[in-house]
Write a protein that binds this ligand. Structure first.
Ligand SMILES: [Zn+2]
Length: 146
């Protein structure tokens, strides 16, 4: 029963993260992330350039600019600017984290990561598991059809 409740919550937060990804002005890929603690959304993020920079993620060759922040990094750094703590929180992210974001997630004290789209590399998810973080994959089709 508890398991089902958690599953329902996971699916709902994941749908919210998918909607949040729509905020991204990146053309190549839009990623959304939410950080949830004690059933409260304490932070959110989507991939994009740092505050104050132009809202364009790709250069003239359609390559992602090197200073574009990933959704996970934006969500974690937003907590750093707040009075909240991500210690023990769950992150919902629409795509499996890359290795750079995985390092940030570990250091931010996040204990669970739920994602719904597999990224081309899985080294980020493997690193999270090595750090004892629970990694949950929710199929994007399932979260819209249950
Ligand atoms: Zn990343």
């Amino acid at each position: 029963m508890e398991k089902d409740k958690q599953r329902l919550l996971d699916e709902r937060y994941m749908r919210m993260a998918v909607i949040w990804a729509e905020n991204s002005y990146c053309v190549r890929r839009k990623v959304g992330a939410l950080i949830v603690k004690d059933k409260m959304i304490i932070s959110d993020g989507y991939n994009g350039t740092p505050s104050g920079f132009e809202n364009i993620c790709e250069d003239e060759n359609n390559e992602t600019k090197p200073y574009v922040l990933h959704a996970e990094a934006n969500a974690i750094t937003k907590v750093a600017c707040s009075h909240n703590s991500s210690m023990g929180a769950t992150m919902y992210v629409t795509s499996s984290p890359c290795i750079e974001c995985a390092k940030l997630i570990i250091q931010a004290g996040i204990k669970r990561v739920v994602y719904c789209q597999k990224y081309r590399r899985s080294d980020g998810a493997s690193l999270l598991e090595r750090a004892g973080i629970e990694v949950v994959y929710l199929d994007i089709d399932v979260i819209y059809n249950e």
